[in-house]
Design a protein around this ligand. Structure first.
Ligand code: CTP
Length: 391
């Protein structure tokens, strides 16, 4: 879900985390969102409005009387109002209906989406009054991201740190996405597997995990409960998905089978190694002029689940060298998958390590070739197709 052209009202209250909010405004603006910032007087004690004006490329608002209608129009014009950081005092005001400055007045007039990123000392966060205020706002439909455990301004390690910027960005994207996978459980596999020869050497492949991680992120944004089972990938796990790290094909099989209960869709982007050494040596193998490895086939996870009577909707990924779809079409049938996604790893901009992909979605009676796009966009395009099968 792109943030391009989305209108975001960013409310900033007094907290040391205001510094992170400047970065948030900058990142939102970079991604094409139109960002308007409302600062409280307390927020201005930490950072000057100029920082937000540079980051958002818009004038900062804080005077309730500068424009007679801004307390209504700022919130009404926004696709989402984000308060980051949200101090204990501001949360108390929002919950109590107090409207004594521009931000609290805007919050009383919000009828659309609103997201709070609380930031405060743990004593304040765990205080029953704050919790009651927060729960009341959430029961009225407001969304919350964070806070996290970490080092607080007082030097203590505890809960209260404002969520990090990538997590807030993810929560904003999720809030703005259609929730067409709400209540659905989706399992995604990603990355390569490693088949060990000895404790230090293994057989693997070039899969980066990026496509699978993008699908897990997109499904989570669209309301799914997501489990991501991944081999050693080159990207960080998305926020708010259940992440199961595995190494071998056998471990991936175990993890996936253990998560099939209630699963609506299994999307196997993992590049599972096809062979593993017949035996894993306990000690590092001595170097010699040549080495002969005896290999055995790894379990075919997709085919095993494809043969089950009760199974989720199955989506496989077929990375090929060349534009011929026939191998991918054959694999779809042989493995019992509903959809097989073909991609030619030799095509420019597709395949390993890059952030873009050109995919073809093969169904029983339909083939859709999509243009080159980012892996995030490809993930959403694939989920658009998947949603037609499960609705
Ligand atoms: N797959 C699997 N278990 C395996 C091998 C592959 O579940 N042991 C899944 C992959 O996750 C992918 C699909 O099968 O969704 C197709 O994988 P691919 O590697 O293209 O096919 P293979 O059957 O391994 O055939 P080949 O390597 O010869 O192309």
């Amino acid at each position: 879900m792109a943030l391009k052209n989305r209108k975001i009202l960013l409310g900033v209250t007094g907290s040391i985390a205001v510094h992170k909010a400047v970065d948030l405004a900058r990142r939102l603006t970079e991604q094409g969102a139109s960002v308007h910032v409302v600062m409280t007087d307390a927020a201005k004690k930490f950072v000057t409005p100029l920082s937000f004006e540079v980051a958002s490329q818009n004038k900062v608002h804080s005077d309730m009387f500068a424009d007679p209608l801004s307390h209504i129009t700022l919130a009404a014009d926004a696709d989402i109002v984000v308060v980051a950081p949200a101090s204990a005092n501001s949360i108390g005001k929002f919950a109590g209906g107090i409207a004594d400055d521009l931000l609290s007045t805007c919050m009383l007039s919000v009828t659309g989406k609103a997201l709070l990123a609380p930031a405060m000392n743990w004593r304040m966060y765990e205080n029953g009054v704050l919790q009651r205020n927060l729960q009341f706002l959430i029961s009225r439909g407001m969304l919350q991201v964070g806070p996290e455990r970490g080092s607080l301004a007082c030097g203590e390690e505890a809960i209260g740190r404002m969520a990090d910027v990538p997590e807030i960005l993810e929560a904003i994207r999720a809030a703005l996405s259609e929730q067409d996978f709400s209540g659905r459980k989706i399992v995604v596999t990603a990355g390569p597997t490693r088949e060990y020869i000895d404790p230090v050497r293994f057989i693997s492949n070039r899969s980066s995990g990026k496509m699978g991680f993008a699908i897990a992120r997109a499904a989570m944004r669209r309301g799914a409960t997501v489990t991501l089972v991944s081999g050693p990938a080159q990207v960080n796990p998305p926020c708010r998905v259940e992440f199961i790290a595995v190494e071998t094909a056998a471990a991936m099989r175990e993890a996936v089978l253990g998560k099939l209960h209630d699963c609506a869709v299994l999307i196997m982007t993992a590049a599972v190694a096809d062979f593993s050494p017949l035996r894993r040596e306990d000690k590092k193998v001595d170097k010699s002029d040549s080495l002969t490895l005896n290999l055995k086939k790894t379990p075919d996870i997709l085919a095993e689940i494809g043969a089950m009577k009760q199974r989720p909707l199955l989506v496989g990924f077929s990375a090929e060298t060349g534009a011929d779809l026939s191998r991918a079409k054959r694999k779809r049938k042989e493995k019992g998958a509903d959809l097989m996604v073909f991609n030619n790893v030799e095509s420019p901009g597709s395949g390993f390590d890059v952030d873009t992909n050109e995919i073809t979605i093969i169904e029983a009676d339909n083939v859709t070739t999509l243009p080159l796009m980012t892996k995030d966009e490809a993930a959403d395009a694939l989920l658009d197709r998947v949603s037609t099968f499960i609705s």
